[in-house]
Design a protein around this ligand. Sequence first.
Ligand SMILES: [Zn+2]
Ligand SMILES: [Zn+2]
Length: 145
Amino acid sequence: MAARKYSRQRECIKQDLVGRYDHPTAEMVYESVRKKYSNISLGTVYRNLTLLAEDGEILRLNCGEGFDRFDGNTNPHYHFLCRKCGRVTDVMIPEAGHPDFMHMEGCRGRIDGYMVYFYGICEDCLEAEQEEENPQKAVDSRISV
Ligand SMILES: [Zn+2]
Ligand SMILES: [Zn+2]
């Protein structure tokens, strides 16, 4: 594949992603990059994110929410989506700990890749839930620490 023409805006978009761990949507990247390139458009950001993902420089995630998120960390890892606050965090699983999805017996045809995401309630939301249910206890435990 021929190397793409260097684009300073694309590099800026990539650097923005590499420096954050919140798995932003295109809109969130746009908000951030716009501080540097005030007249960049959301369409340009989206197009460059697509190119970067095609080139394997970033990851494009679909966590079942109906829109894509992007990740500057291209090392193999999984994602956890909080159904309450929508936060997506990284899940590291040791190599030996997950099945060989690339060679699944039950799947006919050739597997080129896979996407796995976990969903539930994140630590912060769980804590907030507990405080709501039992405010006094939460205060007590905070004092005793
Ligand atoms: Zn949450
Ligand atoms: Zn990630």
